[in-house]
Design a protein. Structure first.
Lengths: 231, 735
């Protein structure tokens, strides 16, 4: 079955083409670009906010993009239950939009980090991880400066109670540790979902792990979950 | 009026000034003098290097564009072309490391997309002083984060490159940035200003006072007044460049413009005069229409500003609106500031008055060319003599020390600060000798590598030049790519010193011989002279950027061992050559001796052979032997393997043990093969007159290397790996 994906282009997005490539050329789905200045979601089934440096990430990562015209429609679409995935900068935009709780701090080593990491799937009952098994370890790369997830104690409590932590940084065997938690995220959070279960943000880049040539195909599991999700 | 002091400030000699007056038939005003000072600077005019650069081979059947344009272009088949170039940003990177390096990235990228190509890969060749000083550490940290800050944001992967450390770079680090883009062969754009009456558009960022005299600064030695030069360094805005990139590529994809040129070094001056010069036309512009972000700028300041992220476009008269709409879509300025004229003059008006009126030809084409004096350096005689050295008492210790010397140690600390994966084309081969970038919608890939050992060049510049070419090509052969084109960045001291010019001449000789042997054209590059601070020159540092073609992407080979029990085969032979080696430098604290010698024909035979056995599917891994010699080469292949597979090697060469382990004899590649392919490889090698010998096999969890009956190295992989992996992070650890 084919889904229609919409990949949003903000000024400064730079994983827009990569995400479209993974969806269209690798996974054979319908996928189109959505321009940030328009007010039209063009009947897509799933909106993806791609990685990059929207508006140069000036002021704060993702903060200006959250005010793009198209974000009104994305917000309404999401609140109606539409599937929205924010990858990297897209995750940061979702936080700025208030569609997901928490905020991002600079990585704990204060450096940009581009490397493969291991992710443990802690919640497989979501549209974005439905093809994975609970506890399965995925190898997917990260590339960010601000991926150190943070939230106040009561928020993180709520996140845990609602089972909103979808992906955690771990080692290859699924063990959590300070070393495996490369950017210092609270609770090793790499991927987070809203309580309604239709909006997910993740710092790692599944589109960069969709072909063996690139070093891993584990990222396909995220996209294939969305494609096969029956609600 | 123009006096000696003003001339000095503009880095022009009295002779040059007199020539200017003669050429333009009047005394230049200050703005006109500023224009000449930029365009006649070493940085823009190549006045000291031109006569030598003529010796480089520039022709080849795949060459679409050789030297002289923004970047070189090579036909890569499938209707596509590769556009690539390397450039230095040395001086700015010392004064202000972050911005210096960042704008270096921005500048080279504009050279690529101004030709209509989408940049797909960046590489950097970096040279720093030893990391034992806080200053050198902060320069390196700043440079790496500048490259990371700019390249990551704009979304072009920075993949690979090299980093060397030497005292000679303490006051003059080198930052050479390479970029490559892909363009459809039928939509390449050039810096042309054709068609009288066609409008000249200014697009991109607004003009400020930053970077005034940048090109002139790059054309003189540094003294102690460095701090004062900080305002000469431009400030980069990668977000603006990203918008500019997307808008320009949208414009060049349609039939809307005649020519386009970036405003890099020398800004408006360079772009207007070069475009007019190339088309034999003139240009007139009105400075009052130039978008400005500061008030009260003079014509002098506007013409000399090096504000970043700006382009000049000559549009087709009836397409201006469409061009402006595209830029508007990306929230960018696109303002008509003038037009193409007949008669070959640059005319600039400001507040209704003509402030510049110069013949373009005088500015661009009639710059003096110098045949500088040449003299063999006096240091050579003693520096090339290496006194007898004792062998290490403990080879394990020497080995660990070498592995943790920053030049050899793992550079993951650098690499992971760069987004090397964006654009999803980077083939996953950590630590590979060359970076491999897939070309989407084809079965092909391009491989890219940068190389240049300056200690070799210091001690024997001709050989250094040959080796730089040979080693870059060897890196390509190891991943399964054949070389198709070259760009070079030649970093030298003050060309007014005869000894520096000798180094330059000899280096060119060596590079030319190398390129001829491998049959590869030089399509452009960059000469960076005046790398001297407080009278001390850097070692001559040619950096060769060589692009290779992988015809079948499935055949890419990496340096990492695959399985236990694979056979280790050495292509080439070990010789007793210790001079100029990292071993002698690190263990014996000497930068002396003759560098390894090279037989280019033999080198080429080995590359061809390596490519042949890779294409026959006989090779599991391939890695070239370079700094640190055979021992370090073997260790790296082990470190990079998934299971940290060990090795056991026995060497029987009748030479010194330290030379066997750590010597840097050229023309050597270590491959691994399955046992059943061993015989076939050895037979093929015999037929091709390539020396090939089985030296051991992979397996176990130790690195064991014997020479004759003596076990010299025997150490757990983990222990050696730790030394190699932790050396650089430990230096930068926050304590």
């Amino acid at each position: 079955m084919k889904l229609k994906f919409g990949v949003v282009i903000f000024p400064g997005s730079n994983c827009d083409y990569d995400t479209l490539y993974a969806l269209k050329d690798v996974l054979n789905q319908d996928a189109i670009f959505l321009w940030h200045k328009e007010h039209n979601l063009k009947n897509v089934d799933c909106v993806i906010l791609p990685g990059g440096f929207s508006y140069g990430d000036y002021l704060r990562s993702g903060s200006i993009a959250a005010f793009s015209p198209l974000m009104q429609e994305v917000k309404e679409f999401a609140l109606r239950g539409g599937l929205v995935l924010g990858i990297c900068n897209g995750f940061q935009v979702l936080l700025e939009l208030g569609l997901l709780p928490g905020a991002m701090l600079r990585n704990k080593n204060l450096k940009f980090l581009c490397q493969f990491v291991h992710l443990r799937v802690d919640n497989e009952a979501t549209p974005f991880t439905y093809k994975a098994k609970k506890g399965q370890v995925l190898k997917i790369p990260i590339a960010h400066y601000d991926g150190n997830f943070f939230s106040p104690p009561d928020t993180i409590q709520e996140i845990k109670i609602n089972n909103q932590i979808v992906l955690r940084y771990s080692d290859a065997r699924g063990q959590l540790s300070e070393e495996a938690n490369v950017n210092g995220s609270l609770e090793s959070i790499a991927g987070l979902i809203n309580s309604a279960g239709n909006i997910m943000g993740m710092m790692p880049h599944p589109e960069r792990a969709s072909e063996a040539l690139l070093g891993s195909e584990d990222g396909r599991i995220i996209f294939e979950s969305i494609i096969n999700w029956k609600g | 009026m123009i006096d000696r002091k003003i001339l000095e400030e503009h880095n022009l000699t009295l002779d040059e000034y007199e020539k200017i007056v003669e050429l333009i038939g009047k005394e230049p005003n200050i703005t006109e003098l500023g224009i000449f000072s930029l365009m006649w600077s070493e940085h823009c005019s190549y006045k000291s290097s031109t006569i030598h650069l003529k010796h480089l081979p520039v022709e080849g059947e795949n060459v679409i564009q050789g030297p002289g344009e923004n970047a070189g272009i090579i036909d890569i088949g499938d209707g596509l072309a590769a556009v690539f170039k390397i450039e230095s940003h040395n001086h700015p990177s010392f004064i202000e490391p972050y911005q210096g390096a960042a704008t270096g990235v921005g500048g080279i990228l504009r050279d690529i997309f101004t030709m209509g190509a989408r940049p797909i890969v960046l590489q950097d060749s970096l040279r720093f002083g030893p990391l034992s000083t806080a200053k050198n550490k902060s320069v390196m940290e700043g440079v790496v984060s500048g490259i990371s800050g700019y390249g990551n944001s704009i979304g072009i992967p920075t993949v690979g490159g090299d980093v060397y450390f030497n005292d000679c770079y303490s006051l003059n680090p080198l930052v050479n940035v390479f970029a490559l883009g892909i363009v459809k062969k039928d939509s390449i754009f050039y810096a042309k200003a054709e068609g009288t009456g066609n409008p000249v558009l200014y697009v991109g960022a607004k003009t400020g006072r930053d970077g005034i005299h940048g090109a002139t600064m790059a054309s003189a030695e540094f003294g102690e007044d460095l701090e004062h030069k900080r305002p000469n360094v431009q400030v980069g805005d990668p977000f603006m460049e990203k918008l500019l990139l997307e808008a320009c590529l949208e414009v060049t994809a349609k039939d809307l413009i005649v020519g386009i040129q970036d405003m890099g070094a020398a800004g408006l001056t360079c772009s207007t005069t070069e475009m007019a010069s190339k088309s034999g036309t003139g240009i007139e512009i009105d400075l009052d229409r130039v978008p400005q972000r500061e008030e009260g700028m003079t014509p002098y300041e506007m013409m000399l500003s090096e504000s970043q992220e700006r382009m000049l476009i000559v549009a087709k008269k009836d397409k201006v609106k469409e061009v402006q709409e595209i830029f508007l879509k990306w929230d960018l300025d696109a303002v008509i500031i003038g037009q193409v004229t007949k008669g070959g003059r640059l005319k600039v008006s400001f507040e209704g008055k003509t402030v510049v009126d110069l013949p373009v030809k005088a500015v661009i084409d009639l710059c003096p060319v110098y045949e500088r004096e040449i003299q063999i350096p006096s240091y050579l005689e003693s520096a090339t003599q290496l006194e007898p050295l004792p062998q290490p008492e403990n080879f394990n210790q020497a080995f660990i020390k070498l592995l943790s010397s920053p030049t050899i140690a793992e550079k993951e600390w650098v690499r992971r600060q760069y987004d090397h994966m964006v654009q999803v084309n980077t083939a996953f081969f950590p630590g590979a000798d060359a970076s491999v970038i897939r070309i989407k919608d084809t079965n092909k890939a391009l491989a890219v590598t940068l190389d240049g050992n300056s200690l070799y060049s210091y001690l024997d510049p001709e050989t250094g030049g040959q080796i730089a070419v040979a080693e870059a090509c060897r890196n390509l052969a190891c991943v399964g790519a054949r070389p198709i084109g070259v760009t070079n960045c030649l970093n030298f001291g003050n060309p007014e010193k005869p000894e520096i010019m000798w180094q330059f001449q000899e280096t060119i000789k060596g590079i030319a011989q190398g390129c001829r042997t491998f049959g590869i054209p030089v399509t452009g590059g960059n000469v960076s002279f005046y790398n001297d601070t407080e009278g001390i020159s850097i070692y001559p540092t040619p950096v060769l950027g060589i692009v290779g073609m992988v015809d079948d992407i499935k055949q890419i080979t990496g340096p990492a061992f695959k399985e236990e029990g694979d056979i280790l085969i050495l292509l080439g032979e070990n010789k007793e050559e210790l001079g100029a080696s990292e071993y002698v430098k690190t263990i014996h604290q000497k930068e002396k001796g003759m560098p390894p010698q090279i037989d280019l024909e033999e080198e080429k035979r080995i590359h061809d052979f390596c490519l042949e056995i890779i294409s026959l599917g006989l090779v599991e891994s391939a890695h070239d032997v370079s700094e640190g010699g055979l021992a370090c080469c073997l260790a790296e292949s082990s470190f990079l393997s998934d299971k940290k597979t060990g090795l056991s090697v026995n060497l029987r060469d009748g030479i010194r043990s330290d030379a066997v382990l750590f010597g840097e004899t050229q023309s050597r590649i270590v491959i691994t093969s399955k046992n059943q392919n061993k015989q076939k490889i050895l037979e093929l090698a015999k037929n091709k007159q390539v020396k090939a010998a089985v030296i051991g096999k992979t397996g176990g969890d130790r690195i064991v290397i014997s020479h004759g009956d003596a076990k010299l190295i025997d150490i757990p992989v983990d222990e050696a790996l730790k030394a190699w992996r932790n050396a650089i992070p430990e230096i930068f650890a926050i304590k």
